[in-house]
Design a binder for this molecule. Structure first.
Ligand SMILES: Cc1ncc(COP(=O)(O)O)c(C=O)c1O
Length: 454
């Protein structure tokens, strides 16, 4: 038997023998510990040696109602005994039907058709292909391009990566990617001095208008992350940008794809971020919180109008061409149904309003920190931007990996914080308490103090 305090080391050794982890320079694990988690409980992740970590980032922004949530677990157990999986072409099943009905009910009006896939990137692929194919079916095969925002992130399969603007990834995989048209982001942090977030949004809408004027004839869709560009550094913008973008997409006859994979299901304060701009996109991509963070599942919602462009005799060759073996997996759909039931039965958004107000209060003192240029928040997402020089907002060089110090400090003090470069952010499960928010912010603040000195 491995002594309890050596269990982490034993699992780590076995892991590193064979496993290649995502988003990781594996060499880092010569210094950075790998953390073997054996159990989850609410906001807590518990490692093999019994140490507990407060999951401040909802395990890559997926978890809503705590790890090993009893209600979701019970639903899954029952579903596993009933129907674990069935081919989704030619066959269907009650959990997928119920889930589609409920998603249509809770998403903005007009999104009446649901196409399932099994992760966020796959949903983005579906939306891009569906938009392109819609135009093709309408006799507009010349529309082959997409407009994305600077600083955007939509996933890492080739199509999704093509419409993402993460410098390192784009540079590395450039020869394999489509060439999107990049529009400047309405990111309020990048606003002109003295400009309000609304004014920044208006100025960036004019840039979008100019691009559409030039490129609409060859453009299928504009794809955006509504309100918060998450992987790009939790950069936030004013909802009026989405309202204006909807009008521009209508005017220039291009689709509007809302990637709500990270911001959907209550993250920004409303069930979907688009609600804050009172817009309905042509395509809405959902994943992550869809299953409460238990199983991979994604969905693309679209309109009857888009659906109708594919609906024809088989011989017309208009059918949408996309499938995954695990499309509409019953277990994942059941987890999603339990998640939506929690939203119905509990005052989740109301509770989140109180929690996000508390988070704002806890973070406020950091605004005065000599190396903090910005503290921003949209509902249950908050971010602290660390800089080398507060006056000029000169960033710390990326190579200094300041955020890594915060990450390591977090691990040593019972918190999972995983800064994006120099941006320390908080995106906790909705079951976090005010005391746990205070704890998380304290660990982050101490970590920041160490990181900026390092
Ligand atoms: C906005 C957004 N779109 C798409 C994705 C990709 O989702 P997945 O990691 O499930 O492929 C992510 C993942 O972080 C995301 O934040």
């Amino acid at each position: 038997m491995t002594p309890a305090h050596d269990a982490n080391a034993a699992l780590t050794r076995r892991d590193l023998q064979h496993i290649w982890h995502p988003c990781t320079q594996m060499h880092d694990h010569e210094q950075v510990p790998l953390v073997p988690i054996v159990r989850g409980e609410g906001v807590w992740l518990i490692d093999a040696d019994g140490r507990r970590y407060l999951d401040g980032i909802s395990s890559w922004w997926t978890n809503l109602f705590g790890h090993a949530n009893p209600r979701i677990a019970a639903g899954l157990a029952e579903q596993a005994r009933t129907l674990e999986h069935v081919i989704f072409a030619g066959f269907t099943h009650p959990p997928a039907i119920e889930l589609a009905e409920q998603l249509v009910q809770i998403t903005p009006a007009g999104l009446d058709k649901v196409f399932f896939a099994d992760n966020g990137s796959a949903a983005v692929e579906v939306a891009l292909k569906m938009s392109f194919h819609y135009w093709l079916n309408q006799g507009h095969g010349e529309k082959t391009r997409f407009i994305a925002l600077s600083g955007s992130y939509h996933g890492e399969t080739l199509g999704a990566l093509s419409v993402s603007d993460v410098a390192l990834y784009r540079k590395t995989y450039a020869p394999l990617l489509l060439t999107p048209i990049l529009a400047p982001s309405p990111d309020a942090y990048e606003g002109e001095p003295g400009e309000s977030p609304e004014q920044t949004a208006a100025r960036r809408l004019e840039a979008m208008r100019a691009l559409l004027e030039r490129h609409a004839h060859e453009t299928c869709a504009v794809i955006v992350e509504p309100l918060v560009q998450c992987a790009g550094g939790m950069r936030m913008y004013h909802p009026s940008y989405l309202t204006g973008l909807r009008a521009l997409c209508d005017q220039y006859q291009v689709h509007f794809i809302a990637d709500e994979i990270a911001v959907g299901f209550g993250r920004t304060g409303t069930m979907f971020a688009c609600e804050q701009a009172q817009v309905a996109p042509d395509f809405m991509c959902l994943s992550k919180g869809l299953t409460g963070g238990t199983l991979p599942l994604s969905a693309v919602l679209t309109t009857e109008h888009v659906y109708a462009a594919f609906y024809a005799e088989y011989s017309a060759g208009k059918a949408f061409l996309h499938s995954h073996s695990y499309t509409g997996n019953p277990l994942a759909c059941r987890a999603a149904l339990e998640t939506l039931a929690i939203f119905r039965d509990e005052p989740v958004l109301e509770r989140n309003r109180a929690l996000s107000a508390h988070l704002a209060k806890a973070l406020a003192p950091l605004r005065a920190h000599p190396h903090v240029a910005d503290v921003r928040q949209h509902g249950m997402i908050a971010a602290v931007e660390l800089v080398a020089d507060k006056t000029t907002r000169r960033p710390f060089p990326a190579a200094e990996r300041r955020g890594m110090h915060v990450y390591l400090h977090g691990l040593q003090h019972g918190a999972l914080l995983r800064p994006l470069g120099n941006i320390v952010y908080f995106m906790p499960p909705y079951v976090i308490t005010e005391a746990q928010i205070d704890q998380l912010v304290q660990v982050a603040s101490d970590g920041i103090t160490l990181a900026v000195k390092a």
